[in-house]
Ligand binder design. Structure first.
Ligand SMILES: [Zn+2]
Length: 419
């Protein structure tokens, strides 16, 4: 039996610090400090009063396209520019190249406290299935370090890019976990609806969740960016409530009045998950605004107020879509606070809740996720006395534990030389 003792840890639900005993990958006991000290363990970590949170969860991260920024920048700065630049680079992708860049980002994510990632590799006539094949390889290679879910993702569209749906099906046959969609890259609303139909057909055939990129614009004046109610209808018709996730959804920020209330109701009836990707959304949107530049980010606080399940994720790390980032979900959450008018202790706690419990629900791992007895021991120790302080500090992740095993440790210290 493998055992690990986390001593003197600050947990959300306890006023006093606690000791956690982890046995065989599961939290076996939580007890006041000192009361478990005679339990035989192979390993002990003294948290010294630091906050321990469940491991962070990424719902949306394009590992295959990460770290391309130095090869070709997106000078136009638009979504179309990013797709074009990445399309050109993608034509030269090899398996080794994708594996090498993806491993760098996975290692970064693990060190920053992430214990599960849903990744969306491009599947299309340019890169074919190289990205998805690489992700399936990495899912095995990183087992025990981080959980990887693979989405067959049609970045170039489905109707617009013949052959794509067949390649997506091949990926699902080979073990991809989720079927993706990308309506914003189709030419008109009819092709978008056909795209959605084909995605849901595959989801039904392989009994997998749906994870789509949709409504990526600053308003919904173009019907291609006003599909959320249609997707809600299809979700309900197909009985897929709770298993459909929509990324970006930036057009939601433009809704107001009774129309907004109707859209919130449809999202909730279909139990759609909305994933906000603030780095990319703010970077690429509103490029045509020359004054009073809009933020182009979905209204997270408004959605929290009506109990829509909102996720937050990195999306991209240093490429034409997002030329910054280091796969650090605390960084994403703090940026969301700055962009989303969030400054209260409640807001900070809600942001932490989002990158942990809400994101876990979105990728379907909520059962057994947390810091209670019986939960999987996927944990992160922050160099801070509580989560909100850790968020503001973007605190060092002093230890990351996956399935009861320490998978990363980081130490940083500063010495000041006073006069
Ligand atoms: Zn994306």
């Amino acid at each position: 039996m493998s055992a690990l003792l986390l001593k003197n840890a600050r947990l959300d639900d306890y006023p006093e610090a606690q000791d956690l005993l982890i046995e065989n990958g599961t939290i076996a006991k939580v007890a006041p400090v000192g009361t478990l000290s005679d339990v035989p363990t192979e390993d002990v970590i003294d948290c010294e009063g630091r906050a321990v949170l469940p491991g962070f969860v990424e719902t949306h991260l394009h590992l295959d396209k990460a770290l391309l920024d130095e090869r070709m920048p997106n000078l136009a700065g638009t979504l179309e520019g990013a797709i074009k630049v990445t399309g050109a680079l993608k034509s030269r992708f090899t398996m080794d190249d994708v594996l090498e860049r993806s491993r760098k980002v996975l290692d970064m994510a693990i060190a920053q406290g992430t214990t599960a990632i849903r990744t969306q590799p491009d599947v299309d006539p340019i890169a074919h299935t190289i990205g998805a094949d690489a992700m399936l390889t990495l899912r095995d290679e990183y087992r025990g370090m981080i959980d990887l879910q693979v989405v067959a993702f049609p970045q170039e569209g489905i109707i617009k890019a013949p052959g794509t749906i067949e390649m997506m099906e091949e990926c699902l046959r080979n073990g991809a976990d989720v079927v993706g969609g990308c309506t914003y890259n189709e030419p008109d609303v009819d092709t978008c609806k056909e795209h959605i139909r084909q995605v849901f057909d595959l989801a039904e055939k392989y009994d997998v969740p749906v994870d789509m990129h949709t409504d990526f614009w600053v308003d919904d004046s173009d019907p291609r960016y006003a599909l959320v109610e249609h997707i809600a209808d299809v979700t309900i018709e197909r009985g897929m409530q709770g298993r459909v996730t929509l990324g970006h959804m930036t057009s939601l920020a433009s809704l107001s009045g009774s129309h907004r209330v109707e859209v919130w109701d449809r999202i909730k009836q279909a139990d759609l998950n909305i994933v906000v990707l603030p780095f990319t959304d703010m970077h690429l949107n509103a490029r045509n605004d020359d004054h009073n530049i809009r933020r182009g980010v979905a209204p997270v606080k408004l959605m929290w107020d009506v109990d829509i399940n909102v996720g937050l994720s990195s999306n991209n790390v240093r490429n034409a879509f997002t030329p910054f980032g280091n796969a650090d979900l605390l960084d994403v959450a703090l940026f969301m606070a700055q962009v989303g008018h969030m400054g209260s202790p409640d807001d900070f706690r809600h942001l932490l809740q989002t990158i942990t419990y809400s994101n876990a629900k979105i990728i379907g791992i909520a059962s057994g996720y947390g810091v209670k007895v019986g939960d999987r021991a996927d944990l992160v120790v922050l160099d801070a006395a509580d989560g909100p302080t850790g968020l503001l500090d973007r605190a060092v992740r002093t230890a990351v534990i996956k399935g009861g095993r320490v998978v990363a440790r980081t130490q940083k210290s500063t010495e000041l030389f006073r006069r």
